[in-house]
Design a protein around this ligand. Structure first.
Ligand code: FAD
Ligand code: 2HG
Ligand code: ZN
Length: 482
């Protein structure tokens, strides 16, 4: 569709949404047309900010009739360009940020019904205010929204105990590509009416519909948490430490994040106010969080005992336990600032990979050596969610690399890493999704049976291809969407 022929549609959308919900102002749209990593730059015919599910349904009906593509967007913190439109100016950017009401929340139901635009940090606060907790958390909690978290099936730093978004969503309300409203908000513990539309929409990256609200599960509030920083020699030692903690402390351990010394170094260099937790510099670091619900015994003695045993047997080299909540926060700030520190450091290619948990330590060491041999001068910075078998296996450019290293060398580096992951039976995306960044790679190495099934589902639900085309689903020629 040419931009001129969009005029009748834009007029109808403007009439329906009014000035608060419709803009074509370049300055208002600009911050939302570029992704967080500043790797994708798009344009849009208009940015829409509906205030209700009915408005979203009307938008989708109008766009469907005009065969105009819609790109849903929440906090725009995604890592794979999924919320960035193409540069052609003929797509509609649909921001859910104005739909930010928490419709209901209670300790009795242990759930919250949130509109798609609710920001994760606000949900944390609201849950705390009723004496419960929404456990999923991640570095972008100040901007990531419920709709975006659902649509990427986000993980984060407490997956070890509570799972990804998939396990925390009890119900979904969504507008499907034909403009109909799927009302799946009622929380049913058991429901066998066939295909699970809710699960299909989770992780769909906006390609099957617009999530407008969700019923989310809450868990008991934390009575006390203890956060420790540990220095040790290898990822293998780290996984053995996790297993030892699980044996001694069971479910109390809910955060277990691994960082190499190079990662700690860049955080200390680029993030103001951060300090090295240990005097001794160790090759690898682990941040451990153990919690107990209100009224349950403090995990501190068990944590001290487990760390003492690990020091004695030589499994770890050094450790400290935060003496205050402020110190605990400071340790988490180091971990949560990794993405920001990396973005300020040299160029790097990002790989958000998973293999079987027990294979990850070996994979990390062997694959890093293979990458550094194959691309001389590069260095691998692998960090993150070891206990989930998921690390961010990022490859840093050599010293003095050309400014276009990412463009010229990035694709070959990524293909090499993805081949190693595939050979190890793993996944090229453990949490950030496919978006536009990984689409070609998914097509290259994805299981053809799975890809055919995905394309068939996409065609069935979105026959005109208007929902976030060019993201997640490789389509056959001529199926590229409007
Ligand atoms: P957006 O970026 O706006 O959109 C993401 C995708 O969802 C796009 O495809 C978009 O089209 C679609 N979408 C958004 N809203 C809707 C909706 N209502 N309906 C349908 N589709 C929609 N991710 C992790 O999993 N784990 C981490 O630990 C983690 N840490 C991060 C740390 C930092 C500093 C940053 C910047 C990002 C991190 N991320 C992490 C990635 C990101 O925060 C998540 O992917 C998050 O879920 C995106 O939410 P958002 O609201 O910003 O979505
Ligand atoms: C994290 O775990 C995020 O910090 C971002 O998923 C990872 O920046 C990255 O590569
Ligand atoms: Zn992560």
């Amino acid at each position: 569709m040419t931009n001129a022929s969009l005029s009748p549609l834009l007029q109808k959308l403007s009439d329906r949404l009014g000035p608060k919900g419709f803009t074509r102002e370049p300055d208002s749209m600009a911050p939302w047309l570029e992704d967080w990593r500043k790797r994708y730059h798009g344009a849009a015919a208009a940015m829409l900010s509906p205030a209700s599910t009915e408005e979203v349904a009307d938008i989708v009906r109008l766009c469907s009739a005009a065969r105009v593509a819609i790109v849903p967007q929440g906090g725009n913190s995604g890592m794979v360009g999924g919320a960035t439109p193409t540069a052609a100016s003929n797509q509609i950017l649909l921001s859910l940020r104005r739909m930010n009401a928490i419709r209901t929340i209670s300790a009795e139901s242990s759930s919250a019904v949130c509109e798609a635009g609710v920001i994760l940090a606000n949900l944390h606060d609201a849950a705390a205010a009723v004496g419960r907790r929404f456990p999923l958390t991640l570095g972008a909690k100040g901007s990531a929204t419920v709709g975006g978290l659902i649509s990427t099936n986000a993980g984060g730093t407490q997956v070890l105990r509570f799972g990804t978004m998939r396990g925390l969503v009890a119900g979904i309300e969504a507008v499907l590509p034909d403009g109909s409203i799927f009302n799946g908000l009622t929380v049913l513990k058991k429901d066998n009416r066939g295909y699970d539309l809710r699960q299909l929409l989770i992780g769909a990256e906006g390609t099957l519909g617009i999530v407008t609200a969700a019923a989310l599960k809450l868990v008991p509030a934390v009575g006390v948490r203890r956060v420790a920083w540990v220095g040790l020699g290898s990822p293998e030692a780290a996984l053995r430490l996790l297993r030892a903690f699980e044996d001694k402390m069971g479910e109390a351990v809910e955060g277990f994040e691994l960082l190499p010394s190079a990662a700690l170094e860049i955080v200390l260099r680029y993030i103001p106010g951060t300090r090295a937790p240990l005097d001794r510099r160790c090759a690898w670091n682990v941040l451990i969080e153990a919690t107990a619900p209100v009224g349950a015994p403090d995990p501190q003695p068990a944590l001290e005992q487990a760390l003492g045993d690990a020091l004695e047997t030589g499994l770890i080299e050094d450790a400290m336990i935060a003496a205050s909540e402020a110190q605990a926060e400071a340790l988490w700030r180091i971990r949560d600032s990794m993405a920001e520190a990396e973005s300020k450091d040299r160029q790097s290619t990002k790989h958000d990979i998973s293999v079987a948990v027990d294979s990850m330590p070996g994979f990390m060491v062997e694959a890093a050596a293979a990458v550094e041999r194959r691309f001389p001068g590069t260095s691998v910075m692998a960090f993150g969610h070891l206990g989930d078998g998921n690390v961010h296996f990022n490859v840093r450019a050599p010293d003095g690399a050309a400014p276009d290293w990412l463009l010229s060398e990035g694709p070959a580096t990524s293909a090499y890493v993805h081949d190693l992951v595939t050979a190890a039976g793993g996944s090229l995306s453990a949490e950030h999704g496919i978006g536009q960044a990984r689409l070609a790679e998914l097509e290259r190495i994805g299981d053809p049976t799975r890809l055919r099934a995905m394309a068939a589902i996409k065609r069935a639900l979105d026959p005109h291809g208007i929902m976030n085309p060019g993201k997640l689903v490789p389509l056959a020629e001529g199926e590229g969407g409007p």
